[in-house]
Design a protein around this ligand. Structure first.
Ligand code: GAP
Length: 457
């Protein structure tokens, strides 16, 4: 209960401090959509930059793409999304609330049964035997379970009646698979190699989302690693480790992370697991890692008629590569970063401060420039102009210095730089550390180096 309260506090803080706002709020909102504000957009961009740096820039043989959101609908036939990308839904006959049967069972069973391994009939029986009622009106009168496809449909074409159905992509992964041969040839890539992408995906999720945990529009950071079948197991283990290390290096507390193997594997998959995070609402998925065999490329070869074979340059052996997929939501990771960084501290004077202990590399602003008094603003603006060429900086001259420190703590700014009367004399400033609250004196022309050293990821 205490933890859920914390999620409310985080949601409120996000709204008041310009991190994340409810989508289309002045029109009464739009369920499960959120808008990142000026502070939040910096946080999310920094998370995406850190991921790209780790998984593209610093990973030899990994190639980035930015594929189209709208794809030929045959892509979704090949991937299996048109036939089986669905959730088991049922409606309350009394109040018409639509619920996911598997979620209802999971929250009742608390790990004792796994709805992913149950048929619709088994889920209906469990719901009836255990009197699982509607969370909104409390009545136990459900329609039978039906599978509900999660893809958003739209139409292509300008002439009425001649338009054709297309989809907003429900994952970015297919943009990586359909470009496998293009990238292999144009970059002369040799197996093993990776293709990575960051981009928007859309799913018609019905279940309420716990803030940005589950939304209908979100960003994914996906990485497909193409390897020989015989290297599948070792590559899967390698990506489990790389995915975990990335989170630890980002500053996520180890005790809040765990691996969870999937109980039920798709028929083509050889292994699959999630990394889960201990959210305010409990342990749940943060990202997935799958050994998908050569299923994806084989299906695209079958449906497109184009060869997805790779020829080994040393042995001339031809084969369709095995894929290890690593997939993480940028918004899901932003939620983890927010939950993990959030802290309430009691200070020596008995006051409380809320502080976001973000890793400095992903903190929205690296520096806040604060004139001690308004008549120092000219000098402070000079310092801001200088430092904002190098870092994302905030400038604040409103209110007492204590209040301004508190505001910067709440958005996780690692360094507050105060321009005071000594600055005019000797060109030094006061630098306050967000976490320790210790203050040191530094020459203005040494700040760039000082901060650069601290924000390395
Ligand atoms: N290509 C594989 C794939 O899309 P997934 O488990 O459906 O697998 C991968 O999604 C990741 O995308 C999840 O682990 C989660 O971080 C994020 N994600 C999925 N659905 C989401 C949603 N509705 N809202 C926010 N993030 C979502």
């Amino acid at each position: 209960m205490e933890k859920l309260k914390n999620l409310d506090k985080i949601v409120n803080l996000c709204k008041t401090r310009g991190i994340i706002f409810p989508g289309s709020e002045i029109y009464g909102g739009m369920g499960n959509t959120w808008d990142y504000g000026p502070v939040g957009v910096e946080l999310k961009n920094n998370i995406k930059k850190a991921w790209w740096k780790r998984f593209v820039q610093e990973s030899p043989n990994t190639y980035g793409v930015d594929a189209a959101i709208l794809m030929n609908p045959r892509v979704w036939d090949a991937s299996g999304h048109t036939s089986s990308f669905s959730d088991p839904k049922m409606d309350c006959k009394n109040c018409k609330t639509r619920c996911r049967a598997d979620n209802l069972i999971s929250s009742h069973a608390k790990g004792k049964v796994n709805p992913d391994t149950m048929s619709n009939e088994e889920m209906e029986k469990y719901i009836s035997d255990n009197h699982l009622c509607c969370p909104v009106c409390g009545k136990c009168d459900w329609t039978p379970i039906r599978q509900f496809n999660l893809m958003f449909e739209t139409s292509r074409g300008v002439i009425d009646g001649a338009s054709s159905k297309i989809y907003l992509r429900p994952e970015t992964a297919q943009g990586e698979f359909v470009n496998f041969a293009n990238i292999q040839r144009s970059m002369r890539a040799k197996i093993p190699f990776g293709i990575a992408q960051i981009g928007k995906a859309f799913r018609n999720e019905i279940t309420p989302g716990n803030f940005i945990f589950r939304t209908i529009e979100f960003e994914q950071m996906e990485h497909q690693y193409f390897c020989k079948d015989t290297d599948g197991n070792s590559s899967y283990e390698l990506f489990k480790q790389k995915a975990f290390d990335f989170l630890i290096d980002l500053g996520i507390k180890k005790q809040n992370l765990r691996f969870k193997d999937h109980d039920k594997l798709a028929h083509y998959a050889k292994a699959a697991c999630d990394i889960q995070y201990n959210y305010p609402m409990g342990w749940d998925e943060l990202n997935g890692i799958h050994n998908r065999s050569n299923y994806d490329l084989s299906r695209h070869q079958e449906f497109s008629g184009k060869s997805m074979e790779y020829t080994d340059p040393f042995t001339n052996e031809k084969f369709i590569p095995n894929v290890i997929e690593y997939s993480i939501g940028a918004d899901r990771l932003a939620l983890v970063v927010l939950c993990d960084a959030y802290d309430e501290e009691i200070l020596e004077n008995g006051e409380q401060r809320v502080v976001m202990h973000f890793h400095p590399a992903i903190a929205p602003y690296k520096i806040a420039v604060l004139p001690l008094q308004k008549n120092l603003s000219e000098k402070a603006k000079e310092v801001f102009t200088l430092l904002s060429k190098k870092f994302m900086c905030d400038y604040d001259e409103a209110g007492s210095i204590g209040k301004r420190y508190r505001r910067q703590d709440e958005i996780g700014t690692p360094y507050c730089i105060t321009v005071d009367f000594d600055t005019i004399q000797d060109n030094t400033v006061n630098v306050r550390d967000r976490d320790t609250m210790k203050q040191i004196r530094i020459k203005i022309d040494e700040i760039e180096q000082f901060v650069s050293n601290k924000i390395v990821f």
